[in-house]
Ligand binder design. Sequence first.
Ligand code: FCB
Length: 442
Amino acid sequence: MVLSRFDFPEGFVFGAATAAYQIEGSSFGGCGSSHWDTFSATPGNVKGAESGAIACDHYHRWGDDLDLLRAANMDGYRFSTSWARVMPDGVTVNADGMDFYERLVDGMLERGLKPFQTLYHWELPSALADQGGWTNRDTCFRFADFAEAITRRLGDRVAAIATINEPWCVSWLSHFWGVHAPGQRDIRATARSMHHILLAHGAAMERLRSMGQPNLGIVLNFDYAQAASDSAEDQKAAALWDGIFNRWFIEGITKGTYPANVLEGLDPYMPAAWQDDMALIGQRLDWLGVNYYTRHINAHDAAAPWPHLKDGQGDLPKTQMGWEIYPDGLHHFLTRMARDYVGDLPLYVTENGMANADVLQDGAVSDDVRTDFLFSHLAATKRAIADGANVKGFFYWSLLDNYEWAEGYEKRFGLVHVDYQTLARVPKSSYHAYARALAKND
Ligand code: FCB
């Protein structure tokens, strides 16, 4: 199904998303060490021990990259501002870092692109990681300081600010599974980081609000949780996974509580008097970002310790990540957010996309499978709008092939191909299809 911008409400923002560490190059411009630099330097954590030291060299090529967004008729760009670049030791400002982001934001405005900024897309300064990172409550208030400093510089020009990208990844994926930095596998660290990452969100919201900054939100990720069977145990397993991944963060923010089925396992490990933080966490949002990629099929595993889960996948086609392509899940979360949590609050699809083993052949990349992915998820978004969700925009992940965290550079998510030897950019056929759909003079 081919859609165009005219199938969506007037003013709908179409764009693409990236994140600082994945594209900029952390070895440039006085950027400080982050826990991703050290995690990736430790054997076994990242495929090929690859790091974001150079990445796509966006630090130097940002002008050309913004031109690519503009040439595809996009309205907005979701980018992130690295804490380690702006404050290399976590507290002291690096003037070059601030200047870089100012050039970048001004460059977006010159090209008519709305800047959608994310404050934390995972570059925790190593100096703060040394003090316990997200297991340490103090990190939340250092984060609010960072939010204030960068907003004093850019706040008059950005269209929207998200505090945190994907609290589930920051906490569960990174402290329970140990897949992302800091690579911990510890239930106490997990419980603390799941709470502290929301406290950091709340502290930054409060700080930015007190400065009069408009349009503040957060970006949450969601995973469609389906039970492997009708058995009561598998149903319970899916409900628990739904609680851990999909309910914990949005309920903390909008209901001032955490799901009881998750607290059953985490309560003994929560920080003391965590309930006293819920008022700060529960501040009013101006918008909510929804990141969505796939679904998982959940079964109860009696032999495993809490959360007693075994996950599997459905039988629809998979992406290069091995993630099942399930657009109905996006419709589910957009309508569910509106119905159960945020009502009419503006929603943005802040990430949705697929990795594919793209090949550059005769100077072109034919990735029709990505074009289909994109349009099927745009169609799901359109259906969600028809069903009452107040969705205001859609950002494809990602503009460029980039550093896919623990997967290194092998997994390609971009609309634009990047040759990591020459750093040359080549727009793929999906980029051209998106550009045609977004043309304004149809
Ligand atoms: C999300 C991340 C983003 C990217 C995509 C594929 O979890 O926010 O940085 O890695 O997945």
